[in-house]
Design a protein around this ligand. Structure first.
Ligand code: MG
Length: 388
């Protein structure tokens, strides 16, 4: 049988099976109509600043705050709207002004096909500055456009991104929930309030009283704890000692124990640590990941650091190929940014996607959390609906 005939035969057999399976509908009626962009349609980008109000004052090693500046982005095409956002915790050096200045530079109306994700993001990235170390500037603004583009992409196809990417929604991770730094009594109380709702707790360390804080959380819950020092420890020997103490207390992972610049000390620590060591501040995008491979056990990938879903997926593939574990993290974000990360979360080793749970003015509903597990929905794109 010639190949063409074989393929025709296979299609015919499949069509026959479909008719038999559904009984009434003809195979023609079941075939989805592929989306065709309306000739002349162009991408239209717009945005507005949106300040995220935190439910509680948020303290990490070195700073405290009650709100986070953000910019919400819309990308329209042919009657469809994709949503994205930039979130800019002040210590990272981005601002509403810098994000708006970057977005103002873009001319997305030059694109008539929103499915050209790679080309469009290559153009967006070409508008950023090259940083020392090989990365690109304006990651939150680039992430906002990337998210909106992916949301649009899914909406035009009528499918959630996780399905387009071929991911299993039942394999979403448990997200950790951060117990903010406070007095031991308050931390124990906060732990009791959320212990039944999550499977993993996160504690920000990097203070002289780290072990007391962990003991306070432990007094209220037996859940596994991940800790994030946010570069707050400075001595590798003390750090190793502390990691052993933390392991005794049921801590399962340590994020960015030493300054990002101390790569040799991190590699030394990783070689001796009984717990996996994850990079956060040390890795923004792919160029950092190449540089730090071997020194860390895993990497915390965040859309706001790397510039969006496209880059995050590349980093995930690279990290896994290099034998590194993968964590997905977030900034303070609305459900827009969190749902974007949730779409690519099935199969990751750790997730810290609680940013939307920490704000009181979320304009979106998206991926949810049930008993700590991230729950994806069947809505197209990022899975968002506007909160009434
Ligand atoms: Mg971190």
């Amino acid at each position: 049988m010639k190949r063409r005939e074989f393929l025709k035969g296979a299609a015919f057999a499949a069509a026959g099976a479909a008719v038999a399976a559904c009984g009434i509908k003809s195979p023609k009626a079941r075939a989805p109509k592929p989306y065709e962009p309306v000739p002349g349609s162009r991408l239209r980008l717009s945005w507005e600043p949106y300040e995220l109000t935190l439910k509680h004052t948020f303290t990490v090693s070195g700073s405290s705050r009650k709100a986070t500046p953000g910019v919400q982005v819309r990308l329209e095409f042919d009657g469809y709207t994709g949503y994205g956002e930039a979130s800019m915790p002040p210590y990272l050096g981005h601002s509403v002004e810098s994000v708006q200045a970057f977005l103002s530079k873009l001319d997305l109306s030059r694109f008539t096909d929103p499915f050209m994700l790679e080309d469009i993001m290559a153009y967006v990235n070409s508008c950023a500055r090259k940083l020392r170390g090989g990365g690109l500037s304006d990651a939150p603004a680039r992430a906002a456009v990337d998210m909106a583009l992916h949301d649009l992409f899914g909406k035009l196809l009528g499918q959630p991104l996780w399905r387009i990417f071929g991911l299993d929604p039942s394999r979403t991770p448990d997200t950790s929930y951060t117990i903010g730094m406070d007095t031991p009594d308050v931390m124990a109380q906060k732990t009791r309030e959320v212990a039944g709702m999550f499977k993993v707790l996160k504690v920000k360390v990097g203070q002289p009283d780290d072990l007391q804080m962990i003991d306070a959380v432990r007094s209220a819950s037996n859940l596994p704890i991940v800790v994030d020092a946010n570069q707050g420890w400075t001595d590798r020997i003390k750090a190793l000692y502390e990691i052993y103490e933390l392991k005794e207390r049921g801590v399962v992972m340590v994020e960015q124990p030493l300054p990002a610049s101390a790569l040799d000390d991190i590699a030394w620590l990783k070689g001796r640590s009984p717990l996996p060591i994850f990079a956060d501040e040390a890795v923004q995008g792919m160029s950092d990941l190449r540089r730090i491979k071997g020194a860390y056990s895993g990497v915390n990938i965040k859309l706001m650091k790397c510039g969006g879903i496209l880059e995050a997926r590349r980093m995930m593939s690279y990290a896994r190929a290099e034998g590194m574990k993968v964590m997905l993290g977030c900034m303070t974000e609305t459900s827009c940014g969190i749902s974007a990360a949730a779409q690519i979360s099935p199969g990751v080793d750790f997730a810290d996607l609680d940013g939307n749970l920490l704000i009181s003015n979320d304009p979106f509903e998206g991926a949810g959390v049930s008993e700590g597990k991230i729950m994806l929905n069947n809505l197209p794109g990022l899975g968002l609906s506007i909160r009434k």
